[in-house]
Ligand binder design. Structure first.
Ligand SMILES: [Zn+2]
Length: 583
């Protein structure tokens, strides 16, 4: 059926255009819609042009309506879509020239020489999010072509995929550059044959002098045949490490000397530095710009979203694209995102783990995703923060506290509450008039979640009940002080001996003491304690008791210990082991 006569399709486009318009202040973006429609109608892939024409026509019509008129139509026809809009998160701006492409393709391309950390969050989450917004494709590409200095390691290929999965990213395609050397060689040969690349034998210092003077080195102008010979020699082991590099020609007077005739491939002695995947099979290895530049085209990348430190790389690669007759993808260069106090140097992380400075890649000191996960930072919080920061080219500095506040908003709603008593000491309360059966809500605003229930019954002539409370709370008490045991009753401190204290029962209602602002403290009836240790961000350990209801928790649960902070349950056996998240 032609697009002209497809009534269903026209309705679909009209709905998409109207929805798009009301979420973009009355102006639908045709580009965003092509990908969306194609995502739902794979059969139209071969008719992108026709589809674009049809969409443009509808968009023009829809955009001629006022925003109020558009909203009225949407609310009448598709009211269910609008309720969702109200709680919708902040959106990313549209991608440039999205309508030029049948399908949006983005990528994340790490070197598997370390686990991932917060420093990569922006590249990952923005690229992935855009691929999803446009019903496009998100590619994971391992850039593992430096077996010597930034040496990849097998374990990280896997951990990176796990990290991405944790972040909620779906990988549509995966490539490994060390599998692709023959492909790079083929294109290099073509560049050399066409006189657009050459094999340079100059010592680095000599070459540098020439480039700074905007002069050709002695190799540059030799015949293409001579360079093909040199190239074959490179491949066949005729040169040792450092004796030859392939350079891609640029303008020798490019204002940036670092761009002039940039190095594209070099020799690495893989007998000495075997690659973890392909061993000593190859000795000629591509440098970043050659491999990434070729792959971006060959993998159909439409939008490259990366830090602005890559701007000069784009300038370098555009020379190669011109020689090959290719069009450079849309490139978006965002500013640096710094997190104050986070050590995000991959080499320091790897070294520190090796030397035992860190307990592992999930050591709470680190900004790795593994560490954040262990501490109870949610991927949703990271994503929300990154999307709020957006793709602006200006530098942004965030603190841990910024990330925590995103996380806290999520955890406040989702975490159940419990008592944890660090450094427990005894509090004996006497003259307790009756048995109390406190019901402590798991969540103060969500009674449907249920309660923790305890029996507090007085014993002996003194009508006494003994509780565990924290040493810090006892330390702050003076004789005669009134204190409220949270959600239970009010007591008056009578005496303190050593670390323990005795108190008398005063009254049950919180209203009795609300006005005098008494301290509210957490407590555990003696006999209802469960040994617990909370590992803090500096790896110090807070030992104490959790209430016995915590025995029912499962590993990975994130809870709130009242008056202490959020924590993620790591292990639960004879005792509870938790990692501190934040206040
Ligand atoms: Zn040279």
């Amino acid at each position: 059926m032609s697009i002209e006569n497809d009534v269903d399709l026209k309705d679909q486009i009209r709905k998409a255009a109207l929805l798009n318009a009301v979420s973009h202040e009355g102006k639908a973006q045709a580009g965003a819609m092509v990908g969306k429609i194609l995502g739902e109608r794979q059969d139209l892939r071969s008719k992108v042009k026709e589809l674009s024409v049809a969409i443009n026509a509808v968009v023009n019509e829809v955009n001629s309506l006022s925003l109020e008129e558009q909203k009225a139509i949407v609310e009448e026809k598709w009211p269910e879509t609008q309720k969702k809009k109200e709680v919708e998160e902040k959106r990313l701006p549209p991608l440039p020239n999205a309508d030029k492409y049948a399908q949006i393709v983005t990528r994340f391309s790490p070197n598997p020489d370390c686990v991932l950390h917060l420093g990569s969050a922006r590249a990952i989450l923005l690229s992935h999010e855009y691929a999803r917004i446009y019903n496009g494709k998100f590619i994971l590409r391992f850039e593992d072509t430096d077996p010597k200095i930034k040496r990849p390691s097998l374990k990280f290929y896997d951990s990176i995929k796990q990290d991405l999965k944790w972040l909620g990213c779906k990988i549509d395609e995966e490539y490994i550059q060390s599998d692709r050397l023959p492909i790079y060689y083929e294109y290099v040969e073509r560049l050399i044959k066409d006189g657009n690349a050459y094999v340079c034998e100059c010592l680095p210092e000599e070459f540098r002098k020439k480039t700074l003077a905007m002069q050709a080195c002695p190799c540059r102008d030799l015949s293409a045949n001579e360079h093909l010979n040199r190239w074959n020699q490179m491949l066949n082991g005729g040169y040792l490490e450092g004796q030859a590099v392939v350079r891609v020609k640029t303008d020798l007077d490019n204002p940036n000397p670092a761009i002039r005739d940039w190095p594209a491939l070099r020799i690495i002695d893989t007998k000495k530095y075997p690659h973890p995947r392909v061993g000593s099979k190859y000795i000629v290895w591509p440098l970043y710009n050659l491999a990434a530049g070729l792959d971006d085209h060959l993998m159909g990348m439409t939008h490259i979203i990366r830090g602005k430190e890559h701007y000069t790389n784009m300038v370098r690669q555009k020379y190669m694209y011109k020689y090959l007759g290719w069009e450079y993808p849309e490139a978006i260069h965002y500013g640096r995102l710094k997190i104050t106090g986070a050590s995000l140097s991959k080499s320091k992380i790897v070294q520190g783990v090796k030397e035992g400075i860190y307990t592992g890649f999930d050591d709470p000191h680190l900004g790795t995703f593994l560490a954040l996960k262990k501490r109870g930072i949610t991927p949703e919080a990271i994503k929300k923060m990154i999307i709020d920061v957006g793709i602006k080219p200006n530098d942004v500095t965030l603190s841990w506290e910024n990330l925590f506040s995103y996380n806290r908003k999520i955890l406040d709603a989702t975490s159940n509450r419990y008592f944890f008593v660090p450094e427990p000491v005894e509090l004996k309360v006497i003259e307790v008039p009756k048995t109390f059966l406190p019901k402590l809500p798991l969540h103060p605003e969500k009674p449907e979640r249920g309660y923790r229930e305890y029996t507090v019954s007085p014993e002996g002539n003194e009508k006494a009940v003994t509780f565990w409370i924290s040493k810090k709370d006892t330390g702050a008490m003076n004789n005669g002080d009134i204190v409220r045991l949270m959600e239970l009753f009010n007591v008056k401190i009578e005496s303190k001996i050593g670390n323990s204290a005795t108190a008398t029962f005063v009254s049950e209602s919180y209203d009795d003491v609300r006005k005098i602002k008494v301290p509210l403290i957490q407590w555990i009836p003696k006999g209802n304690e469960f040994p617990c240790q909370v590992i803090m961000p500096d790896v110090s350990i807070n030992e104490g008791f959790a209430e016995s209801a915590c025995k029912m928790l499962k590993a990975d649960a994130i809870i709130q210990f009242e008056r202490f902070g959020f924590a993620r349950i790591d292990e639960i056996n004879q005792k509870l082991v938790a990692y501190y998240t934040h206040k």
